[in-house]
Design a protein around this ligand. Structure first.
Ligand SMILES: [Zn+2]
Length: 333
């Protein structure tokens, strides 16, 4: 993160004292916030007698807010949970998680493969993992296409993803609507001379189990994935504008454990509905829910299906998936 960016982030309470991204840092303390104030942003909730101060929102209410365009600046935050239906293991699930798969590799501890010092010492474990993540090995699923549908309907203000699998792009969501908070495989940089490197050369080397080298200085080339302790992409600063102007926040498939990403969930106005869909309750939404929070726990695909049905988009989404998966040759869902 550029130095100039840090004061802004600190001002929002999104940045720790060290000024560093710590992927695995858990929320150590409650994110403070003032008590909920009366609704200022969302005008009305139809169907259940209006937006009374004491009323909790339901998923149906949220669907109506979207359909009536009372909510049309939707910010979405997503994590590994949206990619597990595509076959990509969750980073942290014991036994089946991504980290578990490195227990027998030549790494001191699984997180080391995302540490720069270890990568410079031994890039092979990371490159072995990168090979598995080769674009096209995994395909977007129905959740990615639901987000694409939001974009197609002009409702998506921005999609903030912690995922580095590129499936949001693969689902057709334009790069301008994406903030890939932990980087992506879309670009790579030489670790020595800092020159941008052609991805073709990177993938060529990786697929042949070779170490990708810079054409200019022969330095080790690393994709622009954010490693532990590295700066977040500058696009992450878009949150300063996006979150205060959002009128709906969808949080899908993330346990809200990684900072500064997790604290973004607190950055929308208190009057803005937040829909949290995840396998289990997590993060500040579980500890300090707001009046307009809607929690949908359980299988993420089922929760998204439910919202899609309430929106009356089921057929449309099915058509989109069929159309796109035809192009992508044989994606299941
Ligand atoms: Zn170089």
């Amino acid at each position: 993160m550029a130095q100039w960016a840090r004061p802004a982030l600190r001002a929002l309470g999104l940045w720790g004292p060290s000024g560093e991204l710590a992927w695995a840092r858990r929320l150590r303390s409650t994110v403070g916030r003032p008590p909920s104030c009366p609704s200022a942003g969302v005008s009305s909730v139809s169907g259940n007698g209006g937006d009374s101060a004491k009323e909790k929102l339901s998923l149906q209410d949220v669907a109506e807010l979207i359909l009536t365009r009372a909510c049309k600046r939707v910010v979405v935050m997503v994590g590994a949970g949206i990619s597990t239906p595509s076959g990509i293991p969750d980073f942290r699930s014991p036994g089946t998680g991504f980290y578990s798969s490195f227990q027998h590799c030549d790494v001191p501890y699984p997180e080391a493969i995302f540490e720069l010092t270890f990568f410079l010492h031994n890039p092979t474990p990371f490159l072995t993992w990168a090979k598995k993540m080769y674009p096209g090995n995994y395909r977007p699923n129905v959740i990615h296409y639901f987000l694409r549908l939001l974009e197609d309907k002009g409702l998506l203000l921005r999609l903030y993803t912690q995922n580095i699998d590129g499936l949001e792009r693969a689902a057709g969501i334009p790069a301008s609507k994406l903030v890939e908070a932990h980087g992506s495989f879309a670009s790579a940089t030489c670790t020595v001379c800092r020159r941008a490197t052609q991805m073709e050369g990177f993938w060529e080397a990786v697929m042949e189990d070779k170490v990708p080298r810079c054409a200019v200085c022969t330095g080790l080339v690393k994709p622009d994935i954010v490693f532990f302790g590295e700066a977040l992409p500058q696009r992450f600063l878009l949150h300063v504008v996006d979150f205060p102007t959002a009128d709906l926040l969808l949080i899908l498939g993330t346990s809200l454990q990684v900072e500064p990403f997790a604290s973004l969930s607190e950055a929308v106005r208190s009057s803005v509905p937040r829909v949290f869909m995840n396998q289990e309750a997590a993060g500040s939404l579980a500890w300090h829910s707001r009046r307009k929070d809607v929690l949908q726990l359980g299988e993420l695909v089922d929760s998204v299906d439910r919202l899609v049905a309430l929106l009356g988009w089921t057929e449309e989404l099915k058509d989109l998936v069929q159309r796109e998966t035809g192009q992508l040759s044989g994606q299941d869902r």
